[in-house]
Design a protein around this ligand. Structure first.
Ligand SMILES: [Mg+2]
Length: 232
């Protein structure tokens, strides 16, 4: 290779380094057991004295005695979280944030990568966590519940994409460019987005779910979310 060509390529390399070209435009995180170490629904169920009933319900769904959507609705009907409960959960999220989560989100934003939270949990506590992480509310997608004027639970707002089968995957497919998106999550609903993103990373730092660990192309066991930096 002629010396002049070498100089040109090296010059181009420096140029690309300077402009901080990223592999991804978008990084999406699950919330429960990913950005935070806890499961929001479990915490609320314990707070409201229905944890045992909720566990039994989940077990019936896992045994195939109850379909997923019915179990999901019945769970929230048992927990009946008030608006105050959801604010409380938001504080619990911040108090139980996963190691490295805040730093990881800050680093992504520093690099010009847009960060989203997509959660099968409830919107209000996810918003509180999102605000703590410096994310705008529109980058936090989660379920909306309905409340009366006293802030008491009425039900789940119908018609939400997240309630549909593969809801997370449908949202990802609609909103983001597949080739430029990375998703990080711990659960099976997270794994279902793998076909709709360039890279899915299973996160086993808080809970290691065997189905995700066995089937995800990439999986991390570290409890530090900054480990995800090596993928970007
Ligand atoms: Mg999760």
């Amino acid at each position: 290779m002629a010396p002049s060509t070498t100089r040109t390529l090296s010059h181009l390399g420096a140029f690309f380094m300077d402009t901080k070209t990223n592999l991804y435009d978008t990084i999406v995180f699950d919330c429960d057991s990913t950005l935070v170490t806890i499961e929001g629904a479990d915490e609320l169920a314990k707070k409201n004295g229905v944890y045992k009933k909720v566990t039994e319900l989940t077990q019936r769904a896992m045994n195939g005695q109850l379909d997923f959507n019915t179990a999901f609705k019945e769970r929230w009907d048992l927990i009946k979280p008030t608006i105050r409960d959801l604010e409380w959960l938001g504080e619990q999220y911040i108090n139980n944030i996963t190691l490295g989560a805040k730093e990881m989100v800050a680093e992504c934003m520093e690099r010009g990568i847009e960060v989203f939270i997509i959660s099968g949990g409830i919107k209000q506590p996810c918003d509180i966590l999102g605000e703590y992480l410096g994310l705008p509310k529109e980058n936090v997608l989660a379920l909306n519940l309905l409340f009366n004027e006293n802030g008491n639970y009425i039900g789940i707002q119908p018609g939400q994409t997240l309630l549909e089968d593969n809801g997370k995957a449908r949202i990802i497919n609609k909103l983001f460019n597949k080739e430029r998106t990375l998703f990080v999550g711990d659960g099976c609903t997270d794994l279902s987005v793998e076909a709709f993103v360039e890279t899915f990373v299973g996160f086993g730092g808080n809970v290691c779910r065997k189905e995700v660990e066995s089937n995800a192309k990439f999986y991390v066991h570290s409890n530090d979310l900054l480990t995800i930096l090596k993928f970007i």
